[in-house]
Design a protein around this ligand. Structure first.
Ligand SMILES: NC(=O)CCC(=O)C(=O)O
Length: 283
């Protein structure tokens, strides 16, 4: 059964209603082009920045869907697709989270991932960012089922932590999907490398979906939404403008790479069973 994956590298601006309308147009364009699973970027309904999260935040209540949730549900239903709805700032009990929702072709919410690893970095002279000033982290791993297999979900900085992808792959996921918004410092250095590393470590498909770059915004996204195959080869990518990245995923490749390079059978958990218990020798 063939599977077409589409990453919508969305141009995101300051007006939520415009972002939602643009997302709908691009998601339905991807669906019309035959995509079965469509992905939106991190913070697809708001500019990315700690100063914006509270203003754009919505509650995620499937019984009483908020503006962005209603739109996501309709996009999935009207496009007859699985939709990985990027992320939105979520408000819950007075706290804010960076949260991805996943929708089935009936427009039902089937998964929700709260970013587990918050983006707190200090790159002297280049970029300081501290999501934890305003956000709380999620505390759970997330995957969802499709007719083509299960997919794990992480959000952006989560991709730097190999454990999420490894656990998803060991649970049988065929791919990892990361809505993300890398920046102009770490993007060129690490974005593609991390996507390929997660694919190589786990012999699964990996996709990273970024917003388009807006040089008038406070945060300049790297763009370069990319799909990587289980051999860790880039099979589709783009530059920094609004675009849709498509790839037909050949799921047989997972079997092929695991037969050729059988790290799954060769892993020595008897030697390194408990990584978390390893002595912490650096601060
Ligand atoms: N939005 C994010 O989590 C950005 C992550 C990032 O840029 C990185 O270098 O990691």
């Amino acid at each position: 059964m063939s599977l077409k994956l589409a990453l919508v590298q969305l141009a995101v601006g300051a007006q939520k209603a415009v972002n939602l309308a643009n997302a709908r147009a691009k998601v339905l364009e991807a669906a019309k082009a035959g995509a079965n699973i469509v992905v939106l970027p991190e913070c697809f309904n708001s500019p990315y920045g700690t100063q914006y999260f509270a203003q754009y935040a919505e509650e995620i209540d499937a019984a009483q869907p908020s503006e962005s949730l209603q739109e996501l549900s309709k996009m999935a239903r009207d496009g007859n697709i699985f939709l990985v709805g990027g992320s939105i700032p979520e408000r819950d009990s007075g706290h804010l989270f960076n949260t991805c929702t996943v929708w089935n072709p009936q427009g039902e919410l089937i998964a929700k991932h709260r970013k587990v690893h918050l983006f707190d970095i200090d790159f002297p002279g280049r970029i300081v960012f501290k999501e934890s000033d305003v956000l709380k982290p999620g505390n759970a791993l997330t995957d969802f089922a499709t007719p083509w297999g299960r997919f794990g979900v992480g959000i952006c900085y989560d991709m730097r932590f190999p454990e999420l992808a490894m656990i998803a792959a060991r649970r049988g996921c065929v791919g990892m999907i990361y809505p993300g918004a890398f920046n102009m410092t770490t993007g060129p250095m690490h974005w593609e490398l991390l996507l390929r590393a997660r694919a190589m470590d786990n012999q699964v498909f990996v996709a990273g979906c970024s917003p388009a770059r807006d040089t008038s915004a406070t945060y300049h996204a790297w763009g370069h939404s990319t799909i990587v195959d289980p051999f860790a080869r880039v099979i589709a990518t783009t530059e920094d403008s609004q675009d849709i990245v498509y790839a037909d995923l050949d799921l047989e490749l997972i079997k092929e790479v695991r037969q050729s390079v059988p790290i799954y059978a060769q892993r020595r958990f008897d030697v390194y069973k408990d990584v978390a218990a390893a002595k912490k020798e650096v601060s």
